[in-house]
Design a protein around this ligand. Structure first.
Ligand code: GAF
Length: 401
């Protein structure tokens, strides 16, 4: 079969994955450790270069007329909603001196939005990779992650850390990514597993105030402990010096979660996969009781999953909605089935919206794709509509170029 999308150097399809996080929540903006991995689910940006200096944006998930903006008009606040993420990337690249060309960008994704699986980082990173390649700019992936984060922080106004963009751009199949958010150093930790994501369908939203409030509390705790960031608290007992009980709990979560990341890495490197399970469940208790960012559906999902035989489970992401990650033995499909049945039953008993179950397989990071027909439609991506759900992320066989 012939790949037919790459008709010229000025167009193509780029893919960037969403992420799950094995360990280390809210530790990234505290200069701590995180251990995320790239998912197989992700976002495609199908891009055609234009002769004018204009960006047009369409999304299969957000039908409507193309959003159009002149590159020179890009500035924080100029674009809002979903398009702020790709437009923000073009802005951040220009700020960094990249000669971003005009482009028509069509987005498609199979990362459920609001599920805490970094649909926004996947969107940013797919576009970042596309625009830098079209511009002929060779930007190391770590720097590209920082630029995508800048787009999210300053253009879209979301005060997030560096974890999600790093996982999307630096992820490797069969590995989790250990990232030291202070030094920026990364190392790939072998991790071949099929985990279970339970999308609780309670939507999370990082623009809501709680994420920023946690950041502020962590900064205040660090100030009162006379350290630059909570990363520098390595003896978790030191957090008891904080008089304020809320700040004490926040700092304790960050310190113990940093410890759990390093412990999980050691266990994985020693091949003790199953022993990571209880760490996940401990992390959930810390996120629920100390950091106070869990939500009822997540607590019920964790409890039901572990009772039904999961090795461990916890909420992932920013909190207050989104997904639970459960570690289930790969070689025991009956346990996986028991876990999904138990979680679904627990939700039904409370008359909650049924949860969605997804595979979480440590997968490769962002890359350019070639596609097979029928994905490259006539006139596409200039056509008003973006690729369909049979599009690259959902059904095609992605092949690195
Ligand atoms: C969100 C943010 F985008 C990340 O930077 C990270 O802080 C995470 O919440 C919590 O660990 O995904």
């Amino acid at each position: 079969m012939t790949p037919i999308v790459q008709r010229g150097t000025g167009e193509g399809v780029w893919f960037a994955p969403g992420r799950a996080n094995l360990m280390g929540e809210h530790t990234d903006y505290n200069d701590g450790f995180v251990l995320p991995f790239a998912l197989a689910q992700g976002t495609t940006a199908t891009v055609a270069q234009r002769d004018d200096a204009v960006l047009t944006l369409t999304s299969h998930q957000r039908p409507g007329p193309p959003i159009e903006v002149a590159l020179e008009d890009l500035a924080p606040g100029a674009i809002t909603g979903w398009a702020a993420y790709p437009a923000g990337v073009a802005w951040a690249l220009r700020e960094a001196g990249v000669k971003v060309p005009g482009a028509s960008i069509a987005i498609d994704s199979d990362v459920p939005p609001g599920a805490g699986l970094s649909s926004s980082a996947a969107l940013e990173c797919a576009v970042a990779l596309a625009l830098t390649e079209l511009a002929g700019a060779a930007i190391p992936r770590r720097e590209l992650a920082a630029l995508a984060r800048r787009a999210e922080n300053e253009f879209a106004g979301v005060p997030s850390g560096i974890m999600d963009q790093s996982a999307s751009l630096l992820g490797r199949a069969g590995h989790a990514l250990l990232l030291d958010c202070q030094s920026g150093q990364t190392s790939q930790v072998p991790f071949t597993a099929r985990l279970l994501i339970i999308n609780t369908r309670a939507k999370h939203d990082l623009t809501a105030g709680e994420y920023g409030a946690r950041r502020a509390e962590c900064e205040e705790a660090a100030r009162q402990l006379s350290v630059p960031t909570l990363r520098f608290i390595t003896n978790c007992g030191d957090t008891s010096r904080l008089r304020d009980p809320i700040l004490r709990k926040r700092a304790r979560h960050i310190c113990t979660d940093n410890e759990r990341v390093l412990r999980a890495v050691t266990l994985l490197r020693d091949g003790k996969y199953a022993e990571v399970g209880p760490l996940l469940t401990q992390a959930h208790a810390s996120l629920r009781d100390d950091f106070e960012i869990s939500w009822p559906e997540a607590d019920v999902a964790v409890e039901a999953a572990v009772t039904a035989g999961a090795l461990g489970a916890r909420m992932i992401g920013g909190g207050f909605g989104g997904s639970v990650l459960a570690l289930v033995p790969d070689d025991r499909p009956a346990i996986r089935a028991a876990v999904t049945t138990a979680v679904a039953a627990a939700f039904a008993a409370r008359a909650w919206t049924a949860p969605e179950f997804l595979d979480a397989i440590p997968s490769a990071g962002a890359r350019r794709l070639t596609l097979r027909p029928p994905l490259a439609r006539s006139g596409y991506p200039h056509a008003a509509s973006a690729p369909g759900r049979d599009g690259p992320a959902a059904g095609a066989t992605p092949q690195p170029v």
